[in-house]
Ligand binder design. Sequence first.
Ligand SMILES: [Zn+2]
Length: 85
Amino acid sequence: MDRRHSPPPDPVFYTSLGTAMRCPFCRVDNDRVIDSRAGDDGASIRRRRECLGCRRRFTTYERAERQFLSVLKKDGEREPFDRVR
Ligand SMILES: [Zn+2]
């Protein structure tokens, strides 16, 4: 555990990449992106947002659709990303 700093956790929401995000609190479709970076798994984008309607902050993880996660192997066969080996 990291005790040096513990910012208040933002509520986290998961959406598809490219989906317009409405504020989960007041439903206003008007927010400002504070911070944007790749998610831990590299397949999602994490954005911290601040709603311009109610000023609350929240975090979204935007995921690409699953077909973009498949791996193209050298022999041309497409292999699902989460295939069990
Ligand atoms: Zn709001």
